[in-house]
Design a protein around this ligand. Structure first.
Ligand SMILES: Cc1cc2nc3c(=O)[nH]c(=O)nc-3n(C[C@H](O)[C@H](O)[C@H](O)COP(=O)(O)OP(=O)(O)OC[C@H]3O[C@@H](n4cnc5c(N)ncnc54)[C@H](O)[C@@H]3O)c2cc1C
Length: 409
């Protein structure tokens, strides 16, 4: 079951964040360039912190807002509206998920040395798991780590390490125990950057072309050569052989956060579409008065509505410590496709204007395509979701438990 009542304190913080994004982030977007980015972000962050808007899900004792899953979901659903939203409150990916990992698995020393500056917004971190050799099936990673005296020596390659070019710290996965069971062969290492053993070969050109501002915002997705990368023996995060499990832990939040941001991006795209169709006349009628156009808007509204309900249900389950793996997998795929459909429709309704960079739609369109690949491609999640459907049927004689049937229990 689910209780749809949103507590007043969660509503209040959501409203405060919404107001901050609209009154501070939107105007800042208008003036933000690669040249003044550091200054604009510092100004926004100072204002956000002064209003108590900082690291939403991080416990209060670590300097965050200490929000639970529901309040955090409501806040994140506002932040995706602006490319400065999450950054202004220091809750941007990929840093945020790694903050969680450090909070949960870091030693006291690791928290002091690496987590503190991340939480203060003084440093950035990247996550190097994917290799050319292995992505969707991370257990195929080839990078090795061998213990030599008091140091681990890593060799291999990584690619699509997001934000590596702006990161001060890298979290790198490597094979430490080739003879262990498949999911216990890898460990996670904390690497301070720059490091001669962790060489950025290139920032990969993707379907979202590099811009000076984009490189400042989140860096790029980098190809990395790892050659005799030496780190101290205690640079392992979360225990030897635990890298794979920790990766899954980290990705679980990241998956949801992308989807939460998608809701407000899609909402803003639909608002832009509505503004366009009430103002644009073709063949003697407003676009808004065409049945076909209304159907397009209606389909978008239905997608956004479903997205909100899914996230509320998942937040409810998280609040109550319930198993949400099935819903997480379904929502991850749905939310990536939902935002794609809504932004595509808004772009279409803007005609050539939508294809131009005079609205944010074209940039969003190329940016969000990656969401059907990152944190597990659609097909892998659907493969696992399908397996749960079969399992539910085999165990209970009905698939209801795998598709929200428990909502009515
Ligand atoms: C913009 C972007 C940012 C990224 N950032 C990071 C990062 O910061 N750190 C990091 O470590 N990685 C990052 N990645 C990598 C990302 O996690 C991988 O691209 C993803 O896991 C897929 O791996 P792959 O690209 O090697 O695809 P592959 O593993 O080669 O899979 C290719 C395709 O095969 C299909 N497929 C695979 N397995 C199955 C299956 N079991 N059933 C059916 N179909 C299947 C899917 O269609 C899939 O898209 C990023 C990727 C992108 C595009």
């Amino acid at each position: 079951m689910i209780d749809f009542t949103i507590p007043e304190d969660a509503k209040a913080v959501r409203n405060k964040v919404r107001e901050f994004v609209r009154s501070e982030c939107h105007p800042a977007e208008e003036v933000c360039t690669a040249e003044n980015f550091d200054e604009v972000l510092a100004g926004l962050r100072a204002k956000a912190r002064a209003e108590g808007l900082w690291c939403p899900f991080v416990p209060v004792e670590h300097g965050g807002m200490g929000l639970g899953p529901l309040a955090n979901a409501l806040v994140q659903m506002e932040l995706g509206e602006s490319f400065l939203g999450a950054l202004s409150m220091n809750t941007q990916g990929p840093d945020d998920a790694t903050m969680l990992t450090l909070l949960e698995h870091g030693t006291d020393d690791q928290r002091e040395q690496y987590l503190k500056p991340l939480l203060n917004g003084e440093k950035r971190i990247c996550y190097s798991m994917t290799e050319k050799a292995a992505g969707a099936d991370a257990t195929g990673m080839q990078t090795t780590a061998v213990l030599e005296g008091d140091e681990w020596v890593l060799n291999g390659e990584k690619w699509f390490s997001s934000s590596a070019s702006v990161a001060d710290i890298a979290v790198v996965m490597a094979k430490t125990d080739p003879d262990a069971p498949r999911h216990e062969q890898y460990s996670t290492f904390i690497v301070e950057l720059p490091n001669p053993g962790y060489e950025i070969v290139r920032n990969i050109e993707t379907m979202q072309p590099h811009t000076d501002l984009g490189l400042k915002l989140g860096g790029s997705h980098s190809e990395i050569n790892i050659e005799n990368l030496r780190v101290p023996r205690d640079a392992i995060l979360g225990g030897r052989g635990q890298g794979f499990n920790m990766g899954q832990h980290r990705l679980a939040y990241g998956r949801l956060r992308h989807g939460m941001h998608n809701v407000s991006m899609a909402q803003r795209a639909l608002d832009l579409a509505a503004e366009q169709v009430v103002n644009r006349t073709t063949f003697g009628k407003r676009l808004a008065d065409r049945q076909g156009v209304r159907w397009m808007l209606a389909d978008c509204a239905a997608e956004i509505y479903k997205a909100r309900l899914m996230l509320l249900h998942i937040a409810y389950k998280a609040e109550h410590g319930m198993d949400l793996r099935q819903e997480n997998g379904i929502a991850k795929v749905f939310l990536a496709n939902m935002v794609h459909q809504v932004v595509d429709t808004a772009l279409q309704l803007h005609g050539a204007l939508g294809y131009s960079h005079d609205t944010p739609l074209a940039r969003w369109y190329t940016g969000i395509r990656s969401q059907r690949l990152v944190d597990g491609p659609d097909e892998v999640h659907r493969w696992r979701t399908g397996a749960s459907v079969i399992k539910a049927f085999e165990e209970h004689g009905t698939t209801a438990g795998a598709c929200g049937g428990e909502l009515f229990d």
